[in-house]
Design a protein around this ligand. Structure first.
Ligand code: SF4
Length: 389
């Protein structure tokens, strides 16, 4: 009966659109001590919520009392994207954020799976989790046989690759558990570690969020410190480098869920367009997307830093406009970018605001100069202020 029920539950999960499904035992996850070490080492950066709910991750019964089985599901998302730089005034958005926010569709499918189980087993209790409760999903996915955790810390399946979202259904029903995937298949490969633009891996399987572009562009609020402001490369939201280079993603399938398909406006967005948009209209356009996590201020900050690093002279007028933005992070980032671009127009605009009083941004402007003297107003960028990389 249980064998049969487990088989039919898996078939139902696939019918609902999941690409991978496996059953893990409801045990303390073996990766929990390592997770605590990661937190203790400060590698979660400013993600305080990781600390707040750390204990709840020790055992799934903290999330659902009397849980007996953890149904893990995975779904490939999006389309293969061009890993090269879009150049010009365009930026890049991580593949998972190019379509609609996956959380809602994932959660609804999990709820449907739970409803199916409750039809089969009246009285069964369960809880669907799509990043909505503290659970070490990758650890349970590995226990459920859905893949191994690669050196880039992502869950990798031989066929599906790593561009997958993971969800969990905790149930108080005894199901047949799958063989865990104990062995990894990274071998001697270190492509992800070598390719990371900010050296965010302290070693294999050890991501330090304090150096991760995804952390800075998505999770961090406020201005980005100089060391990383200058190193976002093309990434306006998130980063896929450690997955793009992984050989296991070369032949992986593309996503089957239409709502997660990329929307053209989010694939390689024009960053000048972002900086020019009416604030309310721009905020509205973020609704229902993962980009809303960064909010307008974070996205415009990232856009300004990328354009500044590139020395984009076309962006100067809109960056000057943003010096008067209502948001201090946007103002500071625009000032930083103008100082980096360093044309006479950019420097004049910064000079014009220096020490003008409380209605402008004197602190931001001072910070943006970083101690470098501005050029003569009629001169081109002097060698001393050209800090482009
Ligand atoms: Fe493993 Fe290589 Fe993929 Fe990194 S790039 S996760 S080392 S297979």
């Amino acid at each position: 009966m249980t064998d049969d029920l487990t088989g039919r539950l898996k078939a139902e999960a696939r019918r609902l659109g999941f690409d991978g499904v496996g059953i893990a035992p409801a045990v303390a996850p073996p990766g929990y001590p390592r997770f605590l070490e990661w937190l203790d080492a400060g590698r979660s950066a400013g993600m305080g919520y990781m600390h707040q709910h750390a204990e709840a991750r020790a055992n799934p019964d903290r999330v659902l009392e009397s849980v007996r089985s953890v149904v893990m599901v995975s779904a490939v998302y999006g389309r293969r994207t061009d890993p090269t730089s879009p150049g010009g005034t365009r930026g890049k958005v991580a593949r998972y954020a190019q379509g609609s926010d996956y959380h809602e569709s994932l959660w609804k499918r999990l709820e449907s799976l739970l409803a199916w189980l409750q039809d089969e087993c009246p009285g069964a209790r369960g809880r669907a989790i799509a990043d909505t409760a503290p659970l070490l999903e990758r650890d349970f996915a590995r226990l459920a046989g859905l893949g191994w955790i690669g050196k880039n810390t992502m869950l990798i399946d031989r066929k599906l690759g790593s561009f997958t979202v993971l969800g969990a259904l905790l149930v108080d029903v005894e199901l047949v558990i799958d063989e865990p995937q104990m062995a990894g298949h990274c071998g001697t490969c270190t492509r992800c570690l070598d390719a990371c633009p900010t050296d965010a891996f302290a070693g294999p399987y050890q991501l330090d969020a304090r150096r991760c572009i995804s952390y800075w562009t998505i999770e961090h609020k406020g201005a980005i410190p100089e060391e990383f402001a200058d190193r976002l490369e093309d990434w306006a939201f998130g980063c896929d480098v450690c997955q793009d280079v992984c050989p296991w993603n070369r032949k992986a399938p593309e996503g089957r869920q239409p709502e997660l398909d990329p929307r053209p406006e989010w694939v390689n967005p024009d960053l000048i367009d972002w900086l020019s948009r009416d604030p309310d209209e721009f905020r509205k356009s973020l609704k229902g997307t993962a980009l809303s996590r960064s909010k307008r201020a974070g996205l415009l900050r990232n856009a300004a830093l990328i354009l500044g690093r590139r020395g984009s002279t076309e962006a100067v007028p809109v960056l000057i406009d943003r010096l008067d933005d209502a948001d201090p992070t946007v103002r500071a980032s625009a000032a930083w970018a103008l100082a980096r671009i360093g044309t006479a127009e950019a420097i004049l605009a910064l000079e014009g605001r220096r020490g003008r009083g409380g209605d402008v941004v004197p602190d931001d402007v001072e910070g943006a100069f970083g101690g470098v003297q501005p050029p003569d107003v009629d001169g081109e960028t002097p060698a001393g202020s050209d800090r482009r990389v």
